[in-house]
Design a protein around this ligand. Structure first.
Ligand SMILES: C=C(O[C@H]1C=CC=C(C(=O)O)[C@@H]1O)C(=O)O
Length: 378
């Protein structure tokens, strides 16, 4: 496909997003580690994996579970999509790649509108019920760890303003991957710190990210590095990713476990690296998802439990998504610290890994802290 390159430096890059109102499909992707922003707009076509090389970037997503239940998440994800226009901004360059005439782009500042909203959270007693069943599952030996999640609905007096929320997600979350996928009047967005798999040439990298302490806790980072419950939760993820990598390649490099510091929480983080071999980024994604940082261990039993007992549909929450370039390189994150916006409704998601030594109230509180990523952007 022939894309023209047009030099364009926007002072307010979100103006590119705003230049394509509904029904334009759009993707926003800001890698704050590389300080690279890509905004893709207007679907050109759905792509088969072998066709990826024909487009500057494609957007890849797959739902958390293979089957998606209910109305809310219908038609979101499980596709590879090429777009007509890409606005690309790196530390040194800024341009558009386009295969269609561009609309007028007004380089206007985003109005940082705040929203007044009401919360419709399920009762704490609902969490307690789920937690009890989960502990029974662990005690019976079916599972060792399950990552349970909550969906909390926030209703605003005015429609949620995606640009303002994205702007604040970028400002508040250095180190994270800020993403948005807009389709049919719905926007799924968030600021995820977790790379499922990143492919650069013949290298792949994956984050084991599990184990959490609030930033508000004094010495939280030091406590986390020594906390046996969190270390167990974390090690399950490291071992599983290692095992999965070794199913395809002969060597894996496991870096030292460290602390990832985010705005509201600390996490335990271990980076694993391997050779990509002949496997594509999508092969690796399908092979690794869901890690026990999002599903549980053993995986099948944990997923069966979640399907049977979580009341909400996960859709793209905790699911793999990202951009892949024409060389097959890119970063697939798991879409946590995320929410689905639809007009005046915001469905926000947060989960936490639960093992035998967990505490019901502490895990609930952890999901509330994780929800702050979204709430502080509203
Ligand atoms: C499932 C989520 O977080 C995962 C990532 C980091 C730490 C986690 C934890 O400590 O439980 C979770 O595994 C979420 O934010 O919704």
């Amino acid at each position: 496909m022939n894309y023209r390159r047009i030099n364009l430096k926007l002072k307010h890059p979100l103006a590119f997003w705003s230049a394509f109102p509904d029904p334009s499909e759009r993707v926003f992707w800001y890698d704050s580690q590389k300080q690279t922003l890509i905004i893709a707009s207007q679907r050109l076509t759905t792509v088969q994996e072998k066709g990826i090389k024909n487009y500057p970037y494609v957007f890849y997503s797959q739902s958390f579970f293979e089957q998606v239940k209910g109305e809310l998440w219908q038609d979101m994800g499980n596709e590879i999509i090429a777009f007509k226009h890409y606005y690309i901004q790196t530390k040194t360059d800024s341009y558009v790649l386009s295969c269609d005439p561009l609309p007028d782009i007004k380089d206007q500042e985003t109005v940082l509108q705040h929203h007044s909203y009401e919360e419709e959270a399920p009762e704490y007693t609902e969490w307690v019920k789920l937690y009890k069943k989960l502990q029974e599952n662990i005690t019976s030996g079916k599972t060792v760890k399950i990552v349970a999640s909550r969906e909390v609905k926030f209703t605003s007096l005015t429609p949620f303003n995606v640009e303002a929320i994205l702007e604040r997600l970028v400002q508040n979350n250095p180190g994270a991957f800020i993403f948005a996928y807009h389709k049919s009047g719905k926007t799924f967005l968030g600021a995820s710190p977790e790379i499922l798999v990143q492919k650069t040439g013949n290298q792949v990298l994956s984050y084991a990210l599990a184990g959490t302490m609030p930033r508000a806790l004094e010495n939280g980072a030091q406590l986390l590095l020594k906390d046996s419950k969190n270390l167990q939760e974390h090690q399950i993820v490291v071992q599983k990713i290692k095992e999965k990598l070794l199913e395809k390649v002969s060597q894996v490099k496991i870096e030292q476990t460290d602390i990832m510091t985010l705005k509201n929480v600390y996490h335990l983080q271990t980076v694993l690296k391997a050779k990509a071999g002949e496997h594509s980024l999508i092969d690796w994604t399908k092979h690794l998802h869901p890690t026990p940082a999002l599903g549980g261990h053993p995986s099948r039993a944990a997923l069966d439990f979640l399907r049977a007992n979580e009341k909400h549909e996960r859709g793209l929450y905790a699911a793999p998504l990202g951009l892949i370039d024409s060389q097959g390189n890119g970063t697939i994150i798991v879409a946590i610290r995320s929410a689905l916006l639809k007009d005046k409704a915001c469905y926000a998601y947060a989960g936490c890994g639960i093992v035998a030594a967990s505490d019901c109230q502490a895990e609930f509180d952890e999901t509330k802290i994780k929800l702050k990523t979204i709430l502080e952007a509203l």
